[in-house]
Unconditional design. Structure first.
Lengths: 467, 255
């Protein structure tokens, strides 16, 4: 129903566009005057006036209709009954009424539910009818209003520009508000967690095993119980594991990515570049799950067998395997971006260097790379945050045991992997185990934020600005 | 002329960019410790000519050069010549000032460092100082040598580029319209500087300004559509050229 209405509005406003444009062309021709704006603007003006208010009202209506109808139904039930209901019971009744209306009700039918369903039906049809009436009148009023302004040669150009600006502003606002919303939801859940577990025990504890944390009521924990509980939520092994695997990945990705970027930008002929760049970028398009089983089934066992030959004990799920494969996955981020920034360094700088007798590699080392450094650091940063956020490869290839180790041949785990482990399956949202996922998320968020900030400062300080 | 020893001599020089011929059979002699100006309308090949002398055209993939270029009698247009050594001997200043995004000091020290001209810091300091003095920039920048070269004004940047070029003690300095991006005051300073520089260096300057050619040069060559139409002393070229085309160009009838 809503879709049909929307379609009608769009159709009508499209025809308004052509109508408005034609009208202005006619006026211009008949009166031999020059209008304030081009005919197209008048078309847009009419179309936008016709569509935007109606669509907005339709959107609001759709969002609030269920809430309002529910309020009416519940009000009906409470006023016609002598019995008192609490809010849970009322909710249940409302759900049953809805189910009955939709025809998938099971169970015993009581009189009030049957009556409620009839009410529900009539409310719905009233709402539907009034919605259509309101929308039609809105469309007519706004269209007439704008049409009147249009034939009076209103400043359509300025108004249309303003509307476009407003639309763009709204879109960026949505993005910003979403970010803020996510941060706050992380924050509130984390605060709940930190009321149970001391924040310092969480940040500096060295033992992580949330699976054995059974808490029924957070307010009745005895000190002994807490002592045991805090040992389940020490996040240090996770941060260490994350940093460790990301570090291994960067050891692989930064040199290979940067050097291939330099090759593509400085040495490769146009033809080689044209074909090899997309091929490298395919690496970034492979789903991480494919990398995951590649790491788990090929690279991991390979390292184990290789190690066994030298009498080394290598676990088949190792930080090395995960980090290595993750590094390969990240190569295109570094290579493609650094290729772009190196290409952006003006040719005049290279000429200046060649003209004093520098060789190609000297020019690259001493002039091109320093000039491109901010961009290169930026691409490495992007790669780091990709490495920290990567989950699938670690789940499959590095294991789940939270262990504090710097031996790359042992299994280890990361923050994101643990968040997945915690939230898989049925969860109670008031247990510290579930809430710890939010705390981990928040800490990770702050860690990457600080990392980005430091890197930005670094880039600002050392950037060699050309132009 | 006191110094009429030939420094650079090109014979039958032909340059192609892909299918397009940029220079046609150019025979030109450039004399030691003089300023030679190359004039001509845009696209006539004068920049191409000076880029042949320090082999900067090597950078361009599609460029093909044939003919002979001799510096002090030594042929440089062949594969055996060491381009790095050649460019150390023949400095270049570009149309747009292109200081490196480094400090003023590092800009000048760059050349001496890559050629290993200074074995310790004091020597390097000294080279930087003399180069900046020779390019008449020292007084303006001596207290801020660690500031970025890009923070200087356009004219200062161009003089910094000249300092960079002379820091490796070249024999020849090629200037490709060095003043076209500068205001008249900065231009006057560079011209004054050239007067001084020609005592030690051989200078070849490409310019669009006839007045500049008259002011700074002893000899002038006129290029048109890849041909060297006429070359003679500046005096003769501007007062009494042999060729009708030169006459037309310098009096502003075309170009």
């Amino acid at each position: 129903m809503n879709l049909a209405i929307l379609l009608l509005i769009v159709l009508f406003s499209t025809s308004c566009f052509f109508f408005g444009r034609k009208k202005i062309i006619n006026i211009t021709a008949a009166n031999k005057i020059r209008m304030n704006a081009l005919p197209d603007y008048y078309g847009y003006y009419l179309a936008l006036w016709c569509a935007i208010p109606a669509v907005l009202i339709l959107a609001f209506w759709t969002v609030f209709e269920p809430t309002i109808i529910k309020a009416f139904i519940i009000n009906n039930i409470t006023s016609s009954n002598l019995k008192e209901f609490n809010s849970d019971e009322l909710n249940l009744i409302y759900q049953q009424i809805k189910a009955l209306y939709l025809g998938n009700f099971t169970g015993t039918l009581s009189e009030e539910i049957r009556r409620g369903a009839e009410n529900y039906k009539s409310f719905l049809s009233i709402a539907e009818g009034s919605k259509i009436v309101i929308l039609i009148s809105i469309v007519i009023v706004t269209t007439l209003y704008s049409y009147k302004k249009l034939i009076n040669n209103n400043k359509a150009r300025e108004d249309v520009e303003k509307i476009f600006k407003a639309v763009l502003f709204t879109c960026s606002l949505v993005a910003i508000l979403t970010t803020i919303g996510i941060i706050f939801s992380l924050l509130f859940e984390s605060i709940k967690f930190f009321t149970t577990i001391n924040i310092f025990d969480f940040l500096f504890g060295t033992s992580w095993s949330p699976q054995r944390a059974f808490v029924r009521d957070a307010s009745t924990i005895t000190p002994e119980e807490y002592n045991e509980l805090k040992d389940a939520f020490g996040s240090v092994p996770l941060f260490a594991g994350t940093a460790f695997i990301a570090f291994i990945a960067m050891i692989v990705a930064v040199p290979i990515g940067l050097f291939s970027g330099i090759y593509l930008a400085e040495y490769a002929s146009k033809k080689v570049r044209k074909y090899s760049k997309p091929i490298i970028e395919i690496l970034a398009g492979i789903p991480t799950v494919v990398y995951g089983f590649f790491a788990a089934l090929t690279v991991g066992p390979f390292f184990r067998e290789f190690g066994e030959r030298f009498g080394l004990e290598v676990s088949s799920e190792s930080a090395l395997a995960a980090g290595l494969v993750m590094g390969v996955m990240i190569i295109p981020y570094v290579s493609s971006l650094s290729d772009d920034v190196i290409n952006a360094v003006p040719q005049s700088l290279r000429d200046g260097s060649y003209a004093v007798g520098a060789t190609k590699s000297e020019t690259i080392k001493k002039v091109v790379i320093p000039a491109a450094l901010p961009g290169i650091v930026g691409s490495v940063l992007l790669a780091v945050s990709r490495a920290i956020g990567e989950t699938m490869i670690v789940v499959m290839a590095a294991g789940l045991a939270a262990r504090l180790t710097i031996n790359p041949l042992e299994s280890t785990t990361t923050i994101t992997t643990q968040i997945v482990m915690i939230l898989i399956g049925d969860q109670e949202f008031d247990s510290p185990k579930t809430q710890s996922a939010f705390a981990l998320g928040l800490t990770l968020f702050f860690a990457t934020l600080i990392l980005n900030y430091i890197a930005l400062r670094f880039v600002k300080k050392y950037r060699e600005k050309y132009e | 002329m006191t110094n009429n020893k030939v420094k650079i001599k090109t014979e039958k020089l032909n340059v192609f960019y892909g299918q397009k011929q940029a220079l046609k059979n150019v025979n030109l002699e450039i004399y030691n410790r003089e300023v030679t100006a190359l004039i001509g309308p845009s696209g006539c090949g004068k920049s191409t000519y000076i880029r042949c002398i320090n082999r900067m055209n090597d950078v361009i993939e599609t460029c093909k050069i044939s003919g002979s270029i001799k510096i002090d009698g030594q042929e440089i247009n062949n594969k055996q010549i060491d381009v790095v050594r050649l460019r150390e001997r023949i400095g270049m200043v570009f149309q747009k000032p292109n200081p490196f995004p480094k400090s003023i000091y590092d800009n000048v020290a760059y050349g001496p460092q890559i050629h290993g001209l200074a074995d310790h810091k004091d020597k390097l300091d000294q080279i930087v100082q003399t180069s900046l003095k020779k390019s008449a920039l020292w007084e303006e920048v001596k207290d801020r040598l660690d500031e970025p070269g890009t923070s200087l004004s356009g004219g200062q940047q161009q003089r910094l580029c000249i300092a960079r070029a002379i820091s490796v003690n070249p024999e020849v300095i090629l200037m490709d319209e060095p003043c076209s991006a500068l205001d008249p005051i900065a231009t006057a300073k560079i011209e004054e500087l050239m007067e001084e520089l020609k005592k030690t260096f051989t200078i070849v300057i490409v310019t669009h300004s006839m007045a500049q050619a008259v002011r700074v040069s002893q000899r002038t060559g006129f290029f048109h559509l890849g041909n060297l139409i006429e070359v003679d002393t500046t005096d003769k070229m501007f007062k009494n050229p042999n060729n009708k085309m030169t006459q037309d160009y310098i009096t502003g009838r075309f170009g």
